[in-house]
Design a protein around this ligand. Structure first.
Ligand code: UD1
Length: 423
């Protein structure tokens, strides 16, 4: 297994370009299953373990792909297999994204039920509800979701999500573009990743109204074509890099971003004492003398993202005062806190709220990654901890951050990747 060995106390400064978004790539890749037309060319796809896992799933279904220099080419012409197996779905919950497009194109899909998750229950009931609203008959047997469209075709319908779900909105959109008639989606997720999926589907030939809002209307039954597409930047990677600069007292410019998509996060950096300057496609952060404690509440977009919650907690360990960090999306997403406390932080958990008492000097030790963003928070803490921090089980981090140690080292960090054996 790999670990990251971080020698702390170095400033993160300079300029860097953001990678393409992981969470936007996955639904876009799934959407290529909607047509047998060859060949999609997707640019700015990050080279990540999650992308590799997803392309393996596509291969299993019969698609052909090539991946070179962040450009992914996909042909779903020869897709015949309609079953997504446990071995692949279990590796990545986002595999559920194949359900909507497969069901819509072939009238039948079987997807293994995803397993548990490191940060609490993550049901898929809303995905299934959305498919049923489009006429699908769903049964769950032997660990598989078996979804069938009567007479082979989904029908447009009205989907009203009781809570905002990125994945279920994505699945509903992909299914609706091939369903017969009009579909409306209320309380749709408005995350930039869903907006990007809408743009992708529209470029393929779909008719979607309300892109970027919580009310979507889709005219189904369009003929879809294979296209060339440029993916959006990764707003969570960008936020994590800004936090790396802020926690180490550095100054950083990130290029290739759309600052508008990061308004809630940038506002919090300003509250914490950082100065932020933006252009159309760059963000520059300058660190203050002292960080100031800043409360955040993670909620669906356009609010502060749950995927930045762990990194914010790490940052607040170095801020003057007490910060309250609440997660209203995942109430139990706090696996990073015992590990941050092992580094010397003083953080309590009260239900879905972390109370961070800062500033606390951190000192390096071995810590364990438990999920993707928790790992990122440990790396941030390691950057400011005295001595050496070893972040174990770094495969979690590799799922979602492209060349993270190379990027941070180019900005002044001292991080090496080493092999180790777990007992
Ligand atoms: C996506 C992101 C993930 C991010 C999350 C919230 C991807 C690949 N992953 O995950 O990084 O943390 O959005 O921004 O894009 N829920 C249900 N039933 C369902 C589906 C979801 O109750 O059928 C609940 C979840 O438990 C959670 C909330 O809805 O409390 C939001 O989850 P959702 O937006 O669906 O997350 P994902 O799409 O899985």
């Amino acid at each position: 297994m790999d670990k990251l060995v971080i020698r702390g106390g170095r400033r993160i400064s300079g300029s860097i370009t953001a990678s393409g978004s992981k969470n936007a790539s996955l639904p876009i890749i799934a959407a290529t299953l909607l047509t047998g037309e060859s060949t999609f060319t997707l640019h700015q796809i990050p080279d990540l373990v999650d992308i590799t896992t997803f392309t393996h799933l596509l291969h299993h279904l019969g698609a052909e792909t090539t991946f070179e220099g962040n450009t992914l080419k996909i042909s779903s012409k020869n897709v015949e297999n309609i079953q997504a197996p446990y071995e692949l779905v279990n590796k990545m919950r986002a595999s559920i994204y194949v359900l909507g497009p497969m069901l819509a194109r072939f009238g039948h899909a079987r997807v293994s039920l995803p397993g548990g998750c490191a940060f609490g229950p993550r049901p898929i009931d809303l995905h299934l509800m959305a498919m049923e609203k489009l006429g699908a008959k769903i049964t769950i047997e032997t660990g598989f979701i078996d979804a069938t469209a009567p007479n082979g075709k989904l029908q447009g319908g009205h989907i009203d999500f009781p809570i905002s779900s990125v994945g279920a909105t994505g699945n509903a959109l992909m299914a609706a573009v091939l369903a017969e008639g009009t579909t409306t989606i209320s309380n749709a997720a408005a995350e930039p990743e869903i907006e990007t999926l809408c743009k992708f589907l529209i470029a393929m030939g779909a008719t979607i109204r309300g892109t970027g809002t919580t009310e979507l209307e889709i005219e189904g039954g369009c003929t879809l074509k294979a296209i060339e597409f440029y993916n959006v930047f990764d707003r969570i990677e960008a936020g994590t890099l800004l936090a790396a600069a802020a926690i180490t007292g550095g100054d950083l410019t990130i290029n290739g971003v759309e600052p508008e998509q990061m308004k809630a996060v940038l506002k919090k950096f300003v509250h914490a004492g950082c100065s932020i300057a933006t252009t159309e496609n760059s963000i520059t952060l300058k660190s203050p003398e002292k960080l100031v404690s800043t409360d955040v509440t993670a909620k669906p977009y356009p609010s502060f993202p749950t995927d930045m919650q762990a990194q914010w907690i790490a940052l607040m360990t170095q801020a003057e005062g007490t910060s309250h960090v609440t997660d209203k999306v995942y109430h139990e997403r706090f696996n990073h806190i015992p590990e941050l406390n092992r580094l010397g932080a003083h953080i309590e958990i009260h239900k879905n709220q972390a109370v961070v008492h800062g500033p606390q000097p951190l000192s390096g030790t071995k810590v364990m990654s438990t999920d993707l963003r928790a790992s990122a928070s440990l790396v941030l803490a390691g950057l400011v901890a005295e001595g050496i921090t070893e972040v174990l089980r770094v495969y979690h981090l590799d799922r979602g951050y492209e060349k993270i140690e190379t990027k941070l080292n180019s900005l002044g960090a001292d991080i090496s990747r080493e092999k180790y054996n777990e007992f």
